[in-house]
Design a protein around this ligand. Structure first.
Ligand code: NAD
Length: 268
């Protein structure tokens, strides 16, 4: 008995090759900008072949070009996650050009601020159309592809805004959509575990992307930073390590996790 415990401990020595994504094929929605772009580049540097799917064809081409420039394999796909069949088509193109899909990152999203009393139904529904329905459809198309090999790992971009509500940021539609992303992730993780598909989410804190250089946030940056234990916003590249971890086989027992990466903001 004692011997087997010792053997088990010996086999737990960290095998760093489990963080490698060599041989994997990924699709990254919203990979043309910000966090999606950083993660797409990160996945490629960890060895994956990466399809960059974005509504902005120009940005997708730019990220795919950066991946190629760094010696990786990147493919740009013009995709709107809200269009019927859009992400399904993107997955098909990725599989045709790069091979069977094993990884997916759903980063396509929007954010804006409107006081709840002034928020129109159209503004509320538009937020959900992209950040929730578009992400759900993406997961569905990705999982359908992964089912064919019985192996896959999906990472959804949630947010600390789905956990806490910042008093001065008037985004009830965004906050509630991000809470939905985290719980949708748990629900899909539960349903798809026996199919060999893990589903996790990442909850970034304030990150320096075009989304956060918009006026409503940039004017509050110094004040917000005072409430972050690490005293600064994150660089998009700081989301790469947590993303690679959750997607890789190093996280083989993690599913339904919402990994908070916020410099300690939600600890307060
Ligand atoms: N920046 C932050 O501080 C922060 C914090 C927490 C969570 N997030 C989440 O991370 C994700 C990425 O945010 P970011 O800051 O990198 O934003 P970003 O604006 O830099 O990038 C978003 C990308 O999504 C694409 N996109 C938007 N709508 C799309 C659609 N319908 N179909 C396909 N692509 C579409 C855009 O073209 C853009 O390239 C979002 O889901 C966001 O909610 C961001």
């Amino acid at each position: 008995m004692r011997q087997s415990t010792k053997d088990a401990r010996a086999s737990m020595v960290c095998d760093v090759s489990r963080f490698s994504l060599r041989g994997d094929v990924a699709v990254v929605t919203g990979g043309g900008s910000g966090i999606g772009r950083a993660i797409a580049l990160g996945l490629a540097s960890a060895g994956a072949r990466v399809g960059v799917a974005d509504m902005s064809a120009e940005s997708a081409i730019k990220t795919a070009g950066e991946i190629a420039g760094a010696g990786g394999i990147g493919l740009a796909i013009h995709t709107d996650v809200t269009s019927e069949g859009g992400i399904g088509h993107a997955v098909k193109v990725v599989e045709r050009e790069l091979g069977p899909l094993s990884l997916a990152v759903n980063s396509a999203g929007i954010a804006n601020a409107v006081p709840a009393l002034e928020l129109t139904t159209e503004q509320f529904e538009q937020m959900y159309r992209i950040n929730v329905t578009g992400l759900f459809r993406s997961c569905q198309a990705e999982a359908r592809a992964m089912l064919r090999t019985g192996r896959g790992s999906i990472l959804n971009l949630a947010s600390i805004s789905g956990i806490v509500s910042h008093r001065e940021m008037l985004q009830s539609h965004y906050n509630s959509a991000k809470a939905a992303v985290a719980h949708l992730t748990r629900s899909l993780a539960t349903e798809w575990a026996t199919h060999g598909i893990r589903v996790n989410s990442l909850a970034p804190g304030f990150t320096l992307t075009p989304m956060n250089t918009r006026e409503e946030v940039s004017s509050m940056r110094a004040d917000i930073s005072r409430h972050i234990p690490l005293e600064r916003f994150a660089e998009p590249e700081e989301m790469v390590g947590p993303a690679v971890f959750l997607l890789s086989s190093a996280a083989s027992y993690c599913t339904g996790v919402d990994l908070v990466v916020d410099g300690g903001f939600t600890l307060l």
